[in-house]
Structures are given as C-alpha cells and as structure tokens.
Design a protein around this ligand. Structure first.
Ligand code: FES
Length: 110
C-alpha cells in the first residue's frame, strides 16, 4: 500500500507550457511538465540507458520524448506503448499556486 507524501515542487508560474523542469524531491529525480494547462510528474531517468534526461524531452501527442533516442512516454501513465511500462509517474496536486508531487516510495515486498 502506498501512503501519501505530497511535497512542494515549484510554483505553477515557473512552468512553461511543454517545457520540462527537473526537481529533486525526497531523493527522487523528477521531471515536471505543464501541457495544455495540466501538470504531470514523471521520473527523470529514462529506462532505456538510464539517462537522467526526461526533463529535456519534448512533448508530442500527450507524451514526452526522451531527447537521446526518442523513446516516448505517456504523460499520464508513463507507458512506452499503450501497455508497456516505462517511467514511474507521480500524482500531482496544485494548491495556492504551487505544484505538489506525491513522492511515493517502493514498499518493501513481503
Ligand atoms: S536514453 Fe532515453 S531513449 Fe535512449
């Protein structure tokens, strides 16, 4: 089970439409994007070659494209293809003009 751990990431006003912002929250490196007025948070490390470059990606068809070799991740699910897992995504909420990201950790499996 995951617990809520919303952490303040940045001001909404700092985000430019379609341009990623890298933040470090609770030891996670996260890329934040604002696209069509919605804010998304994805893990910044591309699973292809572990490049921490997702924040430099560009937006195409509701996905972020890794700048290195073009893998594309859905902004909402992080998936590469409709059902292929790619990047971890994080719930986001906006309060008082700030973006908060729910930085959930992997739970110990047992
Ligand atoms: S490192 Fe992202 S596509 Fe290769």
């Amino acid at each position: 089970m995951e617990t809520e751990n919303f952490i303040k990431a940045c001001k909404v006003a700092e985000l430019k439409e379609g341009v990623g912002k890298r933040v470090y929250l609770d030891d996670e490196e996260i890329a934040i994007f604002k696209v069509d007025g919605e804010v998304y948070a994805l893990n910044n490390t591309c699973p292809h070659q572990q490049a921490r470059k997702i924040h430099e990606g560009f937006i195409e068809d509701h996905g972020v494209v890794c700048p290195l070799h073009g893998w594309k991740f859905d902004l909402t699910t992080g998936n590469v293809a409709p059902d292929r897992r790619g990047l971890k995504t994080y719930p986001v909420k906006i309060e008082n003009g700030f973006v908060f990201v729910n930085v959930t950790k992997k739970e110990l499996s047992w």
